[in-house]
Design a protein around this ligand. Structure first.
Ligand SMILES: Cc1cc2nc3c(=O)[nH]c(=O)nc-3n(C[C@H](O)[C@H](O)[C@H](O)COP(=O)(O)OP(=O)(O)OC[C@H]3O[C@@H](n4cnc5c(N)ncnc54)[C@H](O)[C@@H]3O)c2cc1C
Length: 306
């Protein structure tokens, strides 16, 4: 594609939502360009656990691989670069990239996902996806009769601990603050014999050999405790990659792009899908469905101009 021409649609992001939306738009014969830092997004993450064989699971990458391979081949439909900013002009949008490209388009679909918040302690980087992970909702069913640690003080952490508590032998919940334990999930966790709560403790270090095996935590009084565990889930929340449209579309209190049931944002011509939005559930299959829905919605918006 000649990138100086006016596109029908620019899709920002090459994860499950962006890949699906782009392929859907190609099938609809739209003049579409996907602008992304990579192809595949967070589907490249796969939690390795010593007791789980890879063939037991359907990987996120398997779900989106055919879209990914098709886009690898269709190089005219992609531009591999980070987007800095989306700007509104009178009758079109300009997508500015970090390398200085200015791409013009009638409509934009934001599918740039969200970054998981890190613990930032020694050992974390070494064990990422080797027993240490950021998405309990994706892996909780693998923890039947296992011991696990959840770190975090937000609703996401309590939800993760509760889901794990239903199947696991033992759940250690680290870092919860008082108020959260007064919620329904907090009361549920407090009443479970297989849940130990480390109120206001902070994580000091993650230890192990090939996989994360222990976590060292410290009480407000400075007492250190080493917890043995089959895995560690860090549930500190997500930071949406939505800065590029800040001020242009409405965001919620977690800085996620607010979309309606048709994936429209508050700005006509800007659509959004996947983890960057306020849609429920950060999962590959949800992002795939939302990406298709957003592309269909954008197509309907563009129809009178085609
Ligand atoms: C550790 C981990 C493990 C997970 N495991 C599973 C699992 O087993 N099963 C499951 O269903 N879900 C899992 N999830 C959740 C799942 O990965 C996400 O819900 C899903 O990938 C969201 O898709 P998305 O397309 O919205 O965003 P992402 O997959 O995050 O893709 C975002 C895309 O946008 C691009 N991008 C970001 N910023 C910019 C920018 N400024 N300019 C251009 N491009 C940009 C990125 O490069 C990427 O291509 C896991 C999540 C994590 C963090």
């Amino acid at each position: 594609m000649n990138k100086s021409i006016l596109c029908d649609l620019i899709v920002v992001g090459g994860g499950p939502a962006g890949l699906t939306a782009t392929m859907y738009a190609i099938r609809k014969k739209l003049n579409v360009l996907m602008v992304s830092k990579d192809l595949g997004g967070k589907t490249s993450y796969r939690l390795a656990l010593p007791w789980v064989k890879d063939y037991h699971v359907i990987r996120g990458l398997d779900v989106v691989n055919s879209f990914k391979s098709e886009l690898e081949y269709l190089n005219f439909a992609r531009h591999m670069e980070a987007v800095d900013r989306v700007e509104k002009r009178e009758d079109h949008f300009v997508v500015r990239t970090r390398g200085g490209a200015e791409l013009k388009t009638k409509a934009v679909l934001i599918a740039s996902g969200a970054k998981q918040k890190l613990l930032d302690v020694p050992g974390e980087k070494k064990f990422i996806m080797r027993g240490l992970c950021y998405s309990a909702v994706s892996y909780a069913p693998l923890f039947i009769d296992r011991t696990t640690v959840v770190v975090g003080d937000c609703k996401l952490a309590l939800r993760a601990a509760a889901e794990l508590a239903v199947v696991a032998k033992m759940v250690h919940l680290v870092g919860v603050c008082g108020g959260m334990l007064e919620t329904d999930l907090g009361r549920f966790l407090n009443g479970r014999e297989n849940v130990e709560i480390y109120n206001d403790y902070k994580v000091v270090e993650v230890l192990g050999e090939d996989f994360a095996e222990q976590i060292v935590v410290e009480s407000p009084a400075g007492k250190k405790v080493k917890i043995e565990s089959d895995s560690i889930f860090v549930e500190l929340g997500l930071t949406p990659n939505a800065q590029m449209v800040a001020g242009l579309v409405d965001m919620d209190e977690q800085d996620r792009i607010v979309v309606d049931g048709l994936n429209c944002t508050s700005m006509p011509g800007i659509f959004a899908a996947g983890d960057v939005t306020n849609t429920y559930g950060e999962q590959v299959l949800i992002a795939v469905g939302e990406g298709a829905k957003a592309a269909l919605s954008a197509y309907e918006y563009l129809l009178p101009s085609l």
